[in-house]
Design a binder for this molecule. Structure first.
Ligand code: PLP
Length: 396
C-alpha cells in the first residue's frame, strides 16, 4: 500500500497545531477557545435544542480539541472523541467488541494497557488476547480465529521502543477484516501518523506529548474518514459509559498542543545528542532507540514511517538493581517519575514503576531487567542533560 497522505491538502503540522479545528467564538470573537464549564444546554421546547443537549455527550471545548487532534492525525475528515484518560479511551475502544471476541496485540505494551486487557476485560467482558512481537514478524494468520476482531499495536512500544512495520502488519490484518488500533502516544502526530498507513483508530494518552506539560490527564481516539459505523458506535459508547474529558482539561490540552511541534522537535534533537553520548559508554550495555543505524531492520522501519526518531530512550545499564536505583536517585535534571512526553525530562525504572503490574516472567521475556531504565527526554539544554547522565553513570 502506498502511504495515504491524509494531510496532503493541509498546512504543515507546525501551522495546524495553532488553530487547527478551532473556530473563533461567534459570541465575541475570543481568540482562544473558551472553557465551556456547563453541564447542560437550553431547549426552546422539549426535544428542541441547538445541537447540544447534555455535557456528557457534548462540550464545545472538548469538541474543539477533538477536531484539532483528528486534523493532526488524519486530516480534515477524520473524527475525534475525548476521554477522561488514555486508559478510558482504550477501555471504551474495547467496548466495540462483544463477549468472547479475540484481540491480537503487540507483546510489548504500556503496562496499564496489558493490565486492562488481562486483569479487567478478560475477566469482566470475556475478551481473549494473544500477544506477538510484531517487530520480529509481521505474520498473524496463525493467530486469527473466527472470533478475532481487532489488532492492538504500539510503535514505538513502551518501554522497549520496538517498531512495528505499520504498512505490512496492517495489510495482513486487513486480509482478516480486523479493526486496526494503534496507540500513537509515544510518537505523537508530529513524528508518525498511523492512519496514513491504513489504521482505523488511533488512541492517545493526551497526558503525554499532546498536552506536554504534565498538568492534566486525558485520552483521545481518532477514527479515520469513512468509518461512520465505528465513529457512531464510539460516540455512543463515550456517552453511554461516560468516561469523558472535562472542559478544563480540554482547554489545557488545546493550549499545550500549540507548542507540540516545537516541543517535540526540540526533544527529538536532545534525544539524538544523548544517544550519541551514551553510545559506547562502558556502563551502558544496550541502548533502545529507533534511530540506531546499527539496528538495520528497525532503522529501516523508522526511516519509512517516522518523521523523527522520537524522544524516548531506554537503556540496559551494566549493573544490578541497587546500581540502577543509585543511578535513578542521582540524576538531577532527569526527575524520577512515571509518565513521559512533558517539557521536563523524566527517568524511571519500568520493572518497579510503569510495568510493575506486568507479570515478572513476561517482563523477563520482554527484556525489562533490573538494570533497565527509561528516559523521556525533555526540552532542557542538551548539555545539561548529558552532564546529568554522565555524573549519574559514575555512581553505578
Ligand atoms: N498508552 C501509553 C503508550 C501510555 O504510556 C499510557 C500511560 O503511560 C497510556 C496509554 C495510558 O494513558 P493515561 O495515563 O492517560 O491513562
Amino acid at each position: 500500500m502506498i502511504k495515504d497522505n491524509l494531510r496532503n491538502n493541509r498546512p504543515a503540522i507546525s501551522t495546524d497545531v495553532i488553530f487547527g479545528g478551532q473556530k473563533l467564538d461567534p459570541n465575541n470573537g475570543a481568540l482562544m477557545t473558551p472553557i465551556y464549564a456547563n453541564s447542560t444546554f437550553i431547549q426552546s421546547e422539549p426535544g428542541v435544542h441547538q445541537g447540544m443537549e447534555y455535557g456528557r455527550g457534548d462540550n464545545p471545548t472538548r469538541h474543539a480539541l477533538e477536531r484539532c487532534v483528528a486534523l493532526l492525525e488524519g486530516g480534515e475528515d477524520a473524527r475525534g472523541l475525548g476521554f477522561a484518560s488514555g486508559l478510558a479511551a482504550t477501555d471504551t475502544v474495547l467496548s466495540l467488541l462483544e463477549s468472547g471476541d479475540h484481540v491480537i496485540a503487540m507483546d510489548d505494551l504500556y503496562g496499564g494497557t496489558r493490565r486492562l486487557f488481562e486483569q479487567v476485560r478478560k475477566k469482566t467482558s470475556g475478551l481473549n488476547f494473544s500477544y506477538r512481537n510484531f517487530s520480529e514478524t509481521s505474520e498473524l494468520d496463525d493467530l486469527v480465529t473466527e472470533k478475532t476482531k481487532m489488532i492492538w499495536l504500539e510503535t514505538p512500544t513502551n518501554p522497549m521502543l520496538r517498531l512495528v512495520d505499520l504498512e505490512v502488519v496492517i495489510q495482513n490484518a486487513k486480509k482478516h477484516d480486523l479493526i486496526v488500533v494503534v496507540d500513537n502516544t509515544f510518537a505523537s502526530p508530529v513524528v508518525q501518523r498511523p492512519l496514513e498507513w491504513g489504521a482505523d483508530i488511533v488512541v492517545h494518552s493526551l497526558t503525554k506529548y499532546l498536552n506536554g506539560h504534565s498538568d492534566m490527564i486525558g485520552g483521545l481516539v481518532v477514527i479515520r474518514d469513512g468509518l461512520d459505523e465505528i465513529y457512531d458506535r464510539l460516540a455512543y459508547l463515550l456517552n453511554a459509559i461516560g468516561a469523558v474529558l472535562g472542559p478544563f482539561d480540554a482547554f489545557l490540552c488545546l493550549r499545550g498542543i500549540k507548542t507540540l511541534d516545537v516541543r517535540v522537535q526540540r526533544a527529538c534533537d536532545n534525544a539524538e545528542k544523548i544517544v550519541k553520548f551514551l553510545s559506547g559508554h562502558p556502563k551502558v550495555k544496550t541502548i533502545y532507540y529507533p534511530g540506531l543505524e546499527s539496528n538495520k531492520e528497525q532503522y529501516t522501519i523508522a526511516k519509512k514511517q517516522m518523521d523523527r526518531f522520537g524522544a524516548m530512550v531506554s537503556l540496559d545499564l551494566d549493573t544490578d538493581l541497587d546500581g540502577a536505583k543509585r543511578f535513578l536517585s542521582t540524576t538531577k535534571c532527569f526527575t524520577l517519575a512515571e509518565s513521559l512526553g512533558g517539557v521536563e525530562s523524566l527517568i524511571e525504572h519500568p520493572a518497579i514503576m510503569t510495568h510493575a503490574s506486568v507479570p515478572a516472567d513476561v517482563r523477563a521475556e520482554l527484556g525489562i531487567h533490573d538494570g533497565f531504565v527509561r528516559l523521556s527526554v525533555g526540552i532542557e539544554d542538551a548539555n545539561d542533560l548529558i552532564n546529568d547522565l554522565q555524573q549519574a553513570l559514575e555512581v553505578i
